[in-house]
Design a protein around this ligand. Structure first.
Ligand code: FAD
Length: 327
């Protein structure tokens, strides 16, 4: 029985997260990666946003590529830390104008050197406020589009400015590194839901129980939005160390030791993929509503994970349908 059949679903949704390229060669590789990922029919492909807006234009460039060259819906990460209301408003409008209607609303990390409690936040103090702002901006655009179309006397096709937005938020199964009390992350997630978030995506984790316990506690506290598990195939020890540094997650000892036990790139790749398949299978069996995979801008490992879990559904014809002819 495939995972999809086991879950009684027509199709278990899955998605990918990419980051903007830092060189022309990396950009060329990224377009190839996007084609490979689009071919298996993800629910969406998300694109990260550099701390304090540092990748605004390059994020938009990748989002536009996805919009223009595939049939996959792009999802834009946005951060609000350090922004004034005016700047955040303008940022959301710019992405909506580009045709993006799905967002991951994040507060973002404090600037280097600043600590929690310093005056670094700007006008929006949390991701919840950015969720509200995105909905407000879109509602205003929709009202404006309706007024314009009425005054022009037509009904016609619904323009992007009237399309509904979907706003996801981050969740932290093992706690945000700056949380000061247990349950703070569940309270924060509940606040994001109340603000209008329609889905949560988790920080990566390495043990299924971390995710399953967090989801059970969140549901008990009243969280009803789907919480997508974020899974990264850790296919080399250096990348694993770097990602632990960035996220503040605890080192998964047994996985780290296995990766360090060999210098063979192929063996390390196989170890990372096998671990991610085990993790993905356990969370899906435990009721996860889908999978959000971190490919590190390379397609091989995440596609092997999907295949291992039995979720790669693309046939040559559906694969072509997800890539526009002009690509
Ligand atoms: P918030 O949810 O607002 O919370 C931040 C902290 O404040 C938490 O400790 C929270 O518990 C606490 N808090 C929030 N509200 C309250 C309240 N009312 N009372 C008390 N405490 C509160 N960063 C980037 O720069 N770019 C990205 O593209 C990016 N993508 C990410 C994708 C995912 C899936 C995840 C999980 C994280 C991502 N991050 C990204 C990192 C993120 O910006 C940081 O973790 C940041 O420190 C917190 O952002 P947040 O949206 O979770 O903030």
């Amino acid at each position: 029985m495939t995972t999809t059949e086991a879950h009684g679903l027509e199709r278990v949704p899955f998605s990918f997260e990419l980051f903007p390229p830092r060189s022309d060669a990396a950009e060329h590789n990224l377009w190839h990666t996007i084609q490979q990922l689009a071919a298996v029919g993800p629910d969406f492909i998300s694109v990260t946003y550099g701390a304090n807006g540092s990748s605004r234009q390059s994020s938009l460039h990748v989002l536009r590529y996805i919009l223009e060259n595939t049939s996959v819906s792009p999802l834009a990460h946005l951060t609000c830390v350090g922004s004034s209301h005016f700047e955040a408003n303008r940022l959301v409008r710019e992405f909506l104008d580009a045709g993006v209607t799905s967002f991951l609303a994040l507060r973002g990390d404090p600037p280097r050197g600043a600590v929690e409690g310093d005056h670094f936040l700007g006008d929006l103090g949390s991701a919840s406020e950015l969720v509200q702002l995105i909905h407000r901006v879109q509602t205003e655009r929709a009202q404006y589009a309706t007024l314009r179309s009425r005054s022009a006397g037509g009904v016609g096709q619904i323009p992007t400015s009237r399309a509904k937005v979907r706003v996801a938020v981050a969740a932290f199964p093992n706690g945000h590194p700056r949380s000061v009390r247990s349950n703070q992350d569940i309270d924060t997630l509940l606040a994001k839901q109340v603000s209008g978030a329609t889905m949560a995506i988790t920080q990566l984790f390495f043990h299924a129980d971390d995710y399953l316990r967090f989801v059970a506690d969140a549901m008990a506290a009243g969280v009803t939005i789907p919480i997508l598990p974020g899974i990264m195939p850790a296919t080399n020890p250096v990348r694993l160390s770097r990602i632990l540094e960035l996220t503040g997650e605890r080192r998964p000892e047994s996985l780290a030791r296995r990766l360090e036990s060999t210098d063979s790139v192929e063996e390390q790749h196989a170890i990372g993929v096998e671990h991610a398949i085990g993790l993905a299978t356990e969370v899906l069996d435990g009721g996860a509503p889908g999978l959000h995979l971190y490919p590190f801008n390379q397609h091989q490992a995440v596609l092997s994970v999907l295949e291992g879990v039995g979720l790669t559904t693309a046939t040559p014809s559906t694969a072509r349908a997800n890539i526009k002819e002009s690509a």
